[in-house]
Design a binder for this molecule. Structure first.
Ligand SMILES: [Ca+2]
Ligand SMILES: [Ca+2]
Length: 95
């Protein structure tokens, strides 16, 4: 597998690892999202480990309004983070 294929596969795997722990196996509840953020993106929640941050995040991500985060909504979030990461990278090392 190529690096990018592995990266895509890992995104799917990480989502499934957390989405299957309670309720609908295809979506993240608020507590599943909170666990995912704490375990996989600890830097992101630094500023507020409280429920408010996760509340706000789930509202931002929940495009279809079912109060849970499905894989499509999760992918948008990861793509946003990737884009932010890329813009820092470009600034740090201009081509
Ligand atoms: Ca679930
Ligand atoms: Ca949703």
């Amino acid at each position: 597998m190529t690096e990018l294929e592995r990266g895509i596969g890992l995104m799917v795997q990480v989502f499934s690892r957390y989405s299957t722990s309670e309720g609908n196996k295809q979506t993240l509840t608020k507590s599943e999202l909170k666990t995912l953020m704490e375990k996989e993106l600890p830097g992101f929640l630094q500023s507020g480990k409280d429920n408010d941050t996760v509340d706000k995040l789930i509202k931002d991500l929940d495009a279809n309004g079912d109060t849970e985060v499905d894989f499509n909504e999760f992918v948008v979030f990861v793509a946003t983070l990737a884009s932010i990461c890329h813009s820092f990278f470009v600034k740090a090392a201009p081509m």
